[in-house]
Ligand binder design. Structure first.
Ligand code: ATP
Length: 209
């Protein structure tokens, strides 16, 4: 089994690392964090893909069992998950492969490009994000495909993890820094230093929208 946690990581925070560690423990496998260079379903990130990648590498370098994966960064264009899973399936052959996703993102799956193909390519490991209960198309999909043991086959199952996640979001981190607050308790040490060094997320850096 190999597992992937995709995200905008603007910036990567302790909630992501906690989630990746929980997933690695539950699946007994390494986890790779995939940077969504150009996320198609949300406003453009505040930090450039290069800066977000640098922060992701710093965070993963300090964690055994976690690695940054540049599969979407190298591809260019919008980062559609289904295209990424196709690339990962080619890379990993018939090995069981899990895409890790919080309940907030999973609830939007019906808006993804070719979303019904996602389970042909990999499993989904769903993390219970505080404040986001499963609903709508995502809940229906979960009930149709739930599977406690994703190891048995390469793709097609959904497991909902029964572990508490941390109530941290990148939006909250950005907002805190923008108003001059201290976000060091929410961030890996190296990432916090990088943000300070480059003056990221200060209000003056924000584009006028
Ligand atoms: P933003 O607040 O900017 O939307 P975010 O904190 O949700 O950002 P993303 O990079 O968009 O971070 O999230 C990547 C993936 O990580 C998503 O599947 C998301 O659900 C999951 N995730 C983010 N934060 C947490 C957390 N605290 N616990 C569990 N999963 C999380």
């Amino acid at each position: 089994m190999i597992a992937f946690l995709g995200g905008t990581f603007d910036p990567v925070h302790n909630g992501h690392l906690h989630a990746a560690r929980m997933a690695a423990g539950a699946l007994s496998c390494p986890v790779r964090l995939v940077l969504s260079a150009h996320p198609p379903h949300r406003p453009a990130p505040l930090a450039s893909a290069e800066r977000r990648w640098a922060m992701l590498e710093l965070a993963c370098a300090a964690e055994a069992g976690l690695d940054a994966d540049d599969v979407e960064l190298r591809r260019g264009g919008p980062s559609y998950t289904v295209d990424t899973l196709e690339a990962l399936r080619l890379r990993h052959g018939d090995e069981p492969l899990s895409w890790i996703i919080g309940t907030d993102a999973f609830n939007e799956i019906h808006t993804w490009r070719r979303w019904r193909s996602v389970l042909d390519l990999g499993h989904l490991l769903v993390l219970p994000r505080p404040g986001a209960e499963l609903e709508g198309a995502a809940l229906k999909l979960y009930l149709e495909h739930r599977c406690p043991d994703l190891e048995q086959r390469p793709a097609g199952g959904i497991r909902l993890l029964d572990e508490a996640m941390l109530p941290v979001s990148a939006s909250a981190v950005r907002a805190l820094i923008a108003k001059g607050g201290d976000a060091s308790h929410l961030l890996p040490e190296g990432v916090c230093a990088y943000i300070k060094q480059h003056g990221l997320y200060a209000r003056s850096e924000w584009p006028v929208r």
